[in-house]
Write a new protein. Structure first.
Length: 192
């Protein structure tokens, strides 16, 4: 079997998990929408849906981290860099008709208490995002401890704002977060 089939399964699962959550996504739907042969699912993912979902979450986490790092690296000023990340997220969220923007949250909320594999995969993805923001803040002059705390606030704020935006079918919560983060990070006194 080729790796293209594996990738089709992971990408389809990523898309479905973000739109429908873990429990709303079935193996039959994944197979049907990916176009992969049924046997390939268990060939690549012998532990079934949980293993496949973990691979999808890990890949989504890598994509989110890579997007974040790429955008953050465009400008030196951390406040402006975070603002650009937020602008990109708002654009993506709008383009997805209020269904995108939370590839980790849907799975984390549904599975954290029941699946150690999915909980640790989500935690690792979130930790990588936090580390990306913390590195940018540290490079911008924030002390490491303050940068780590602010990075956690940024990621937690984004996830919360995405949930609110989905339920309100509006980018307003993300826009408000963007404005508040710009104010918070623009305060030079807070860097000390």
């Amino acid at each position: 079997m080729d790796n293209t089939t594996r990738q089709q399964l992971v990408e389809t699962t990523s898309r479905l998990l973000e739109a429908q959550g873990y429990h709303g996504t079935g193996l039959n739907q994944i197979i049907r929408e990916s176009g992969a042969p049924r046997g390939s699912l268990y060939y690549y993912f012998p532990d079934g849906k949980e293993e496949l979902a973990a691979a999808a979450v890990a890949e989504q986490g890598e994509r989110m981290r890579d997007f974040t790092v790429a955008v953050l690296s465009q400008v030196a000023d951390p406040a402006e860099a975070v603002d650009r990340v937020m602008a990109g997220m708002i654009e993506h969220f709008s383009a997805s008709h209020f269904c995108g923007g939370a590839p980790l949250a849907a799975v984390a909320l549904e599975t954290a208490a029941r699946s150690a594999r999915l909980r640790t995969t989500c935690a690792a993805a979130y930790n990588e995002l936090i580390a990306a923001f913390a590195a940018k803040l540290t490079a911008g002059g924030y002390p490491e401890i303050r940068a780590a705390r602010l990075a956690t606030v940024i990621v937690a704020g984004i996830e919360g704002a995405v949930i609110l935006s989905r339920t309100q079918q509006s980018v307003e919560p993300l826009t408000r977060l963007r404005e508040e983060l710009h104010i918070l990070l623009g305060c030079k006194v807070e860097r000390m």
